[in-house]
Design a protein around this ligand. Structure first.
Ligand SMILES: Nc1ncnc2c1ncn2[C@@H]1O[C@H](COP(=O)(O)O)[C@@H](OP(=O)(O)O)[C@H]1O
Ligand SMILES: [Mg+2]
Ligand SMILES: [Mg+2]
Ligand SMILES: [Mg+2]
Length: 346
């Protein structure tokens, strides 16, 4: 008998690997005009579009009936022929390479797709989400701002069944494989399967390393937080650290690379509290990271201690931020969050 979600795991890792190769290549050749500003003022690049095209194409070929909740859609590309042909070229380059580690010819790799097929593949990510059945969440580049700065970003894919995350894969092309050697080799893939633990692979292959979050005392913790002050209330984080007596400086890092760092013990708490502008967190920004933390032995909730609900649609609804950390310190951190929040209201 095969292991739970063996095939899904193999497909998801292969798809994320291909997308990571693509995004790395694009970064090295990104030119002016290849970044657009979306209606919410956030950036999107040809790399985001083509990575979504590649992953959706592979997923649809392996699991034709599975719906996908993906961050991007093809509307901007349908209006812009220059951008469209660049995205089509990049996606076909990525899909056309010969079979790699663990890849199977039946996934349809190697075949050149038409423009129409690739735009439709991107738009397969428009599923509205919900509580029943299987669905994938995809963030082709999480941390687009980090990507553009040449810093951290992540290619993030998760499989949910009845709104529960069962498989999570996070590819981090720029993340050092070993935090104690920051100038050493980079490129990690984090994989979690419910009930089967959390693993780190290197992007280049090789045997995975199991991840287990260390038991930390409050005094040893440091916060993992966003680089962008628009994404999280960094001032409140500072106060939470002060209340808890945390003296170590926070680690600021874009994207779900933060969840990978937390799972392997490079930091003690992922803390993301709302900035008060009414933003709703997106399910693709947290689904794979949430399972990674649980499978590495940690706990994840919102800032009130409520579980994250991935069954409400494309967003986490009215949720209050995210707190992920070790089981031993979670309740103390929530208490400090409550105190900092109350002080901020005064
Ligand atoms: N006001 C806001 N509050 C919280 N998150 C926000 C936000 N505006 C954008 N984001 C999300 O923050 C993500 C990046 O998170 P981080 O700050 O941890 O790197 C973005 O993902 P993308 O880069 O995929 O668009 C985007 O979805
Ligand atoms: Mg975005
Ligand atoms: Mg994102
Ligand atoms: Mg994104």
């Amino acid at each position: 008998m095969s292991n739970y979600l063996d095939i899904e795991q193999q497909v998801a890792i292969a798809a994320v690997r291909r997308a990571c190769t693509l995004t790395t290549a694009v970064f090295n050749n990104l030119v002016k005009g290849e970044t657009l500003v979306k209606s919410d003022k956030s950036p999107v690049t040809v790399a985001d579009f083509s990575a979504q095209a590649v992953i959706n194409t592979i997923l649809t070929s392996a699991f034709p009936t599975d719906p996908i909740v993906g961050e991007e859609d093809a509307a901007d590309l349908r209006e812009n022929s220059e951008l469209r042909s660049r995205v089509v070229g990049l996606a076909n380059d990525a899909l056309g390479r010969e079979l790699g580690l663990g890849e199977i010819a039946e996934w349809g790799l190697g075949r050149i797709r038409t423009e129409q097929e690739l735009l439709d593949a991107i738009d397969r990510g428009r599923y509205e989400g919900g509580r029943k059945g299987r669905m994938w969440t995809l963030d082709p580049i999480d941390g687009t701002k980090g990507f553009l700065r040449g810093e951290q970003y992540a290619v993030c894919l998760a499989l949910l069944v009845d709104a529960r995350v069962e498989l999570g894969v996070i590819g981090c092309p720029n993340l050092p494989q070993d935090v104690s050697n920051p100038s050493g080799p980079r490129g990690c893939i984090f994989v979690a399967v419910r009930g089967q633990g959390a693993l780190q692979y290197t992007l280049s292959g090789g045997s995975p390393v199991p991840l287990k979050m260390p038991k930390l005392h409050l005094s040893e913790l440091n916060l993992l937080e966003s680089v962008e002050s628009a994404h999280a209330a960094l001032g409140v984080n500072e106060r939470v650290a002060q209340i808890l007596g945390i003296t170590r400086a926070p680690t600021r890092m874009d994207s779900q690379a933060k969840y990978g760092a937390l799972a392997r013990g490079d930091g003690g708490v992922y803390l993301r509290l709302p900035t008060g502008v009414g933003y709703r967190e997106k399910i693709w920004d947290h689904a794979p990271g949430a399972l990674l933390i649980e499978e590495a032995g940690g706990i994840i909730s919102d800032g009130h201690g409520e579980p994250l609900d991935f069954g409400l649609g494309r967003t986490l609804g009215e949720n209050f931020g995210v707190v992920a950390t070790g089981k031993g310190v979670h309740s103390q951190i929530l208490k400090a969050v409550r105190q900092a929040q109350e002080e901020a209201k005064k």
